[in-house]
Design a binder for this molecule. Structure first.
Ligand SMILES: C[S@@+](CC[C@H](N)C(=O)[O-])C[C@H]1O[C@@H](n2cnc3c(N)ncnc32)[C@H](O)[C@@H]1O
Length: 275
């Protein structure tokens, strides 16, 4: 009797913004049984440490200014490993479908007849917004959220003439060295110079940094280390400080809140929880 041929599969997986606790449960399960992992440069060591020692792991990322492995070589590695019947993870920072070359990878895998699946991840804009406590679409200020790249990727240079919209929040990926170019483009498009901005570097990681400023002052801001991301819009205004009231003796006390008694309903029965 012939041994059945093992079918290989590629997982195009998001590693999230860096904190290993933000990996999805599914990503974690697949990583634990992967035979080959090809990862981007942005995936931190804490996440790579979760991969079993017997897995073949290779950094195929492009460091700033250094030519890494070519995109065609990445395609060839993915196809070769899958055709050997292996479970292959293509691990990318954030979410795999945003600002990467996953489109080219999916087309190549589809053409080669290789089975693949996309495993979503927490994109860095969400990690940065959570870190800086920014309510991206607070109904009082924003009804739209725009993800932009300030990097010229391939042949498509970023066109910003049409992006300035009212009631919008902007999440600018790959802001580069020149924050003032971004500020100028948005102000020329009609955005108010006083619009709040947050620069978040290494969001969700131990060395995370958050700076708050305005569009006008953005050019003067010290450049934070990569990877960093800008969130621009009224929603990026700092939260109010705790309100203090003075008691009868002049001491400051926390503001009193109206006491509300909430009916939370009955505790769930054991059978309901077990399902
Ligand atoms: C090539 S893009 C990839 C984006 C990724 N697919 C995602 O969903 O976040 C890389 C850019 O993502 C942003 N980025 C990634 N990780 C980040 C982090 N932990 N903190 C801030 N920005 C981050 C930076 O703007 C960086 O230049």
């Amino acid at each position: 009797m012939k041994t059945p041929i093992r079918k290989g599969k590629v997982y195009l997986m998001g590693a999230g913004p860096g904190n290993p606790e933000l990996l999805t449960v599914r990503a974690m399960q697949i990583l634990k049984s992967a035979e080959v992992v090809l990862h981007d440069h942005l995936v931190p060591q804490e996440i790579l440490d979760l991969i079993p020692a017997w897995t073949q792991v290779r950094n195929v990322g492009k460091r700033c200014g250094q030519a890494g492995i070519s995109q065609d070589q990445i395609h060839a590695l993915l196809i070769a490993a899958a055709r050997e019947g292996k479970q292959v993870v293509r691990l990318k920072g954030g979410d795999p479908l945003l600002f990467g070359r996953v489109g080219e990878e999916m087309e190549t895998l589809a053409r080669a007849g290789v089975e693949f699946e996309v495993i979503p991840g927490v994109t860095s804009a969400m990690g940065a917004a959570a870190a800086a406590k920014i309510p991206l679409t607070d109904r009082r200020y924003a009804s739209k959220l725009i993800f932009l790249s300030h990097h010229t990727a391939g042949n498509v240079s970023p066109e910003w003439d049409d992006v300035v919209l009212r009631d919008a929040t902007y999440a600018v990926y790959m802001p580069g060295k020149n924050y003032s170019a971004i500020a100028t483009k948005l102000m020329e498009g009609g955005l108010d110079a006083a619009t709040p901005c947050a620069i978040v570097a290494n969001a969700t990681q131990a060395d995370q940094q958050i700076h708050r400023t305005t569009l006008q002052e953005l050019a003067l801001e010290e450049r934070l280390p990569a990877p960093s991301l800008l969130i621009i819009g009224e929603v990026a205004r700092p939260l109010p400080p705790p309100q203090e009231e003075k008691d009868d003796f002049g001491w400051e006390t926390p503001a009193k809140t109206t006491e509300v008694v909430l009916d939370l309903g009955e505790t769930r029965k054991e059978e309901e929880i077990i399902g």
